[in-house]
Structures are given as structure tokens and as C-alpha cells.
Design a binder for this molecule. Sequence first.
Ligand code: AMP
Length: 526
Amino acid sequence: MDNNFNLASAIHRHSLNTPDAAAVVSQGRTLSYGELASEAGRIARCLQAAGATARVDGRLPRIGILASRSLGACTALIGAAWAGATYVPLGLKLPEERLLALLAQCQLSAIITDDEGAALLSERLLDAGPDTVIHLGRRPAVADRHAVKLRALPPPEAGAERPAPAAVAADDTAYIIFTSGTTGLPKGVMIPAGAARHYIAMITAHLGLQAADRALETCELGFDFSVHNMFPTWQAGASLHILPATRVMNAVKFAADSGLTVWNSVPSLAGMLRQIKALKPASLAGLRLTVFGGEQLPAGVVAAWREAAPDSAIVNLYGPTEATVFCLAQGGELPLTPGRDVVAIGRPLPGSEAAVLDPQGRPVADGTPGELAIAGCQLASGYLGAPELSAARFPDYDGQRWYLTGDLAIRDAAGSFHCLGRIDNQIKINGYRVELEEIDAHLRIVTGADVVGSVAWPCVDGTPRGIVSVVGAPAADSEQIIATLKQRIPAYMVPSRVIARDSLPLNHSGKVDRKALLAWLEREAA
Ligand code: AMP
């Protein structure tokens, strides 16, 4: 293997060997490997001309990607990688306050946007952002004082030799993905290029991805499932088919129209398709492989999927962003977790180790619940600008570095792992990771109330479908609170209901008793 850990290396290789093969397909447009490499090369040249490719205090420059789930996002990301930068997804659905918080944390050297991203570039964001903004689409209208920051791509250099992707070392940061943080500020997970390259090569081999495969993309860049969808597909020389956000309800037809062979999504998407009765028998007959991951996989979803996709193997992949996408896998007969209607999370993938630990970091006996911890070559280097949090979540036990997932788990006698839920108050909503405390932190600021509590409600098949918040401020205006929250946190974190009450139930340590809140909602709904 060559010693350049640049994420764009596989695209470069295929652009030389199979330049006409399709790399990405979106909204009726196809980019071949040759075209993707050529576009990425133009972006890299543009970044270089803007002086945005120099290392900053020894680390790679960071480039923000503010683009829709589209060809633009893929070329932006490959362009940033090609130039030798760390890519940082800046979600399009994030409110301005949240984007400002991310910009303050990341010290970006440049931002790359498409038309949709450029439309979000407000005065405040341009003031707070880096000196270089590359727009891949139309030139956005900005105040004159910001115009100097804007750069369009240079024309392709006819017949010019494209420089190879810039040198990147194994411990350079390939990408930073932000996840929900309990304090109210998102946490930036820094993934080394060595961890990313190991994951990509390992999972491509494990799943047997082939150049003839046509794989589905359902995720935004800010969710690390997208790393799984993009890079292994490109590693194999296969094509990635981006499901537009507007066609999610028609995903089954999209799969058939696109001739998909590999399905990648959170189980929630399959659950939703099942609920709207879109999973007709053999309606996904073209699939040979289905990858579910990112949240618990209910048995009911598996049963419906087996009918819809009779020729597809199903794999349940487990992993936190902090251990590079997925680190445990359960395939084959998909055994269930005892006493629960969800699929086991299986065994560690090559290069990862898993253990169930007690609060002192000692392994517990098989069958005893404890915290699931992950070790191995896929661990993140830590959280951006948060050394104490990093030390707490990535402790050393007996000379080995672990990541404490916060998941309650058991290992069974056969060595398979089972996820039993969370030790903390993290939930998953449609695959999005949300710390309920983060919502609470914003609720306190917005309402001025000291005592607030958010819970996942309702739950269908044990999977949260919404969030309800209760505030200890009887005169609070619920609609106003929701409207203000929308300006601060991503839409998927905003509660669908805010209930104002005189007082909230507290537990023995004086904290809001979320179990009592849930019981109260249950009673109310009965
Ligand atoms: P994220 O960092 O967004 O990938 O979220 C990681 C968390 O999602 C894990 O710590 C688990 O709580 C949950 N998770 C991910 N994959 C699975 C799975 N296959 N089964 C159950 N929970 C999962």
C-alpha cells in the first residue's frame, strides 16, 4: 500500500484506470471517475491559489463544506481532500447560530459551497468565516466588502497533467464531524487519515464491494454514515447513487430505477417505508446487499425487508463516530438480543476490539451488562479543542486506549455483543445523534427556567420518533419557545411539543426525572 493516506487516492487511481466509469449519480447527472478527479483537481488548484492549502501550526488546513447532498458536495469534499486538507461538513440544515458556533471552533482556511450552501452565507457567517469561499454554482450576492473572498473555479486546463492528491500522513486528520454535545456546544470528532483508510479498505473487503455495484447514498455529509457510503463505494470503483431529500418516500422506486445492488441506510428509513406500505414483496429484488447501521435494527424491519429484498444479504453495522463509522458487525441469520426485538450488534470488525467494562474500566463476565468500550486502529484522535473531554472518553486501561461509547451492552457466551440502550441521555432520531442535555441547555437559555427536561417521545418499535420538552415555567409560550429553538439548534433536535408546568419531578440526586416524565406522557396518551 502506498504511504499517501489522502482520501482522494482511490478516485485518482480509478480516474487513470477506468476514467469513464460512473462515480456519482445525482438528479439525472452522472460524474465519471475522470470527471470527478478533474473537478476535484480544479478545486485543489483554486484552494492553492487562494493560499488555503498551507498547514496551520503543523496540522492540515481545514476546509468547510457547505453543500447539499449532491454532486457538488462530493466534488467539494474530494477537492478538499485532493488539496491535502481536513474536510469539515457544515450542515445546510443548521441554523445560523449553530453554524457560527462551528466556525468559531474550527478556524477554517476556506469554505466550499454549492448554490444551496451559498444561499445561507449571511453577513454574519461571512464575517465569522475564513478569507476564502469557493462557490461551485452561481456567484452568491454578498456585500462588496466580502466580494474579495469569493472565488469561482478556474477553467479546466486542457490536456494539463493533473497533480496527484497531496501527501497526507496517517496521523493527519482526514475529517472532523460534529455531534451533539451535552453542554450545548457540538463536539468535533477528529478522525485520523490512517483510521479512515483502514476503515475504507477493511469494510470494502468485508462486504465484498465490486466495481459493478451501484450503491445508495441516503445521508448528509455531517453524519458519518456518509463516509461509509462514499469511500468504500469509490474504493471498489463502483457508483454512488444519491437519493434526493425530496424522494425519500419514493426510495423503493428510486432503488429500482437506479438499478441499485447495495442499499445503505439507517433502519428508521426502512421502518418508515414499511409504515407507508412501500415495501411490497420483491419490490427491491435487485439488491444483493443491505447495510443497516447507526441505530438499533428492529426484528420487524428485518422481516419486512426480507420479503421486499429476497436476494439481499442484510448486515447490521454498529459504531460511534468516535471509532470511524462502524466497528462491529452482525450478518448471517441476524440473531436477536435476548428479551428484545432487536438484532445483535455482533462481533468486532478486523482492526477493532470491543469489551464490556464496569465503571472502573474492568471487563465484566459474559452476560453481565456494562459499558461497551472500543479499542483499535479506528479510534478518533479526540474532540476538537476539548482535551479534558477527550481524556475522559478515551481513557487508557492497561496501556491500551479505549473509547467509552456510553452504550449499555452485554457479550453473550458465544462472544456476540448486544446493545441494551444508553447509560446516558443520548438518543437517536432518524439516525441523528442527540444529547437530550444539549436541548435542555438551549431551553434554559431560551426560557430562563432553571428546571427543564426533554425526553424521546413517542417511541415506535422501541425507536424514538420525536422529542417532547417540559419546562418549569408555567407562563411559558410553547410556540414561541419552539420558534426560538429553531434558530439555535438543528431541526431534528427541536422538540415537537413544549409543555409548561409549575414543577417537574426530580430524582434522588435532584435532577429532572426523565423516567417520570415519560411515565406521565404515557398516562396522558392512554
Ligand atoms: P453516531 O456517532 O451518530 O454513529 O451514533 C453512535 C451511537 O448510535 C452508538 O453509540 C449507539 O448508541 C447507536 N448505534 C449505532 N449503530 C447501532 C446499531 N447497529 N444498533 C444499535 N445502536 C446503534
